[in-house]
Design a protein around this ligand. Structure first.
Ligand code: RB5
Length: 144
């Protein structure tokens, strides 16, 4: 599974740690890390969502200060199911029930020990399908 990773300026340290963790697990990573002192998180969310939508089976990881801006931005893209997770249970459940394809993290919220457990759960948990499939299809239909 390939992982696309991006952060805004508020998540660079966590993004470096996440990238190292993924590479040590032998996971292919393509990252988009800002060079400027301040950037806009929707621009980085857009990069990752486009990559994930064009590469079946891939996943995305988006980091900002809280993870909230990234999750709001990413969920505007049809076909993206982005989940902001602050613990491993949330990451496990969002894979099992929501088939989340993008994980959002907040550098200002989560220490790296917790993030490691979130990453393990997000990467290793399969979607349960069955009754959850029709719910996801309803999400894809969108609102008014
Ligand atoms: C940047 O200061 C901060 O607003 C951003 O990283 C994020 O937390 C937004 O939701």
């Amino acid at each position: 599974m390939k992982v696309y990773l991006a952060t805004d300026h508020a998540g660079i340290r966590l993004a470096d740690m996440v990238k190292d963790f993924l590479l040590k697990r032998g996971i292919e990573v393509e990252s988009f890390l800002p060079q400027e002192a301040k950037v806009d998180y929707p621009d980085y969310a857009q990069k990752i969502c486009k990559c994930v939508l064009n590469d079946e089976g891939s996943r995305g990881i988006l980091i900002c200060g809280t993870g909230i801006g990234m999750s709001i931005s990413a969920n505007r893209f049809k076909g993206i199911r982005a989940a902001l997770c602050t613990d491993a249970y949330m990451a496990k459940m969002t894979r099992m029930h929501n088939d989340a394809n993008v994980l959002c993290l907040g550098e200002r919220l989560s220490g790296f020990g917790v993030v490691e457990s979130i990453l393990e759960a997000f990467l290793d948990t399969e979607f349960e399908g069955e009754r959850h499939l029709s719910r996801i299809q309803k999400i894809e239909l969108g609102g008014c």
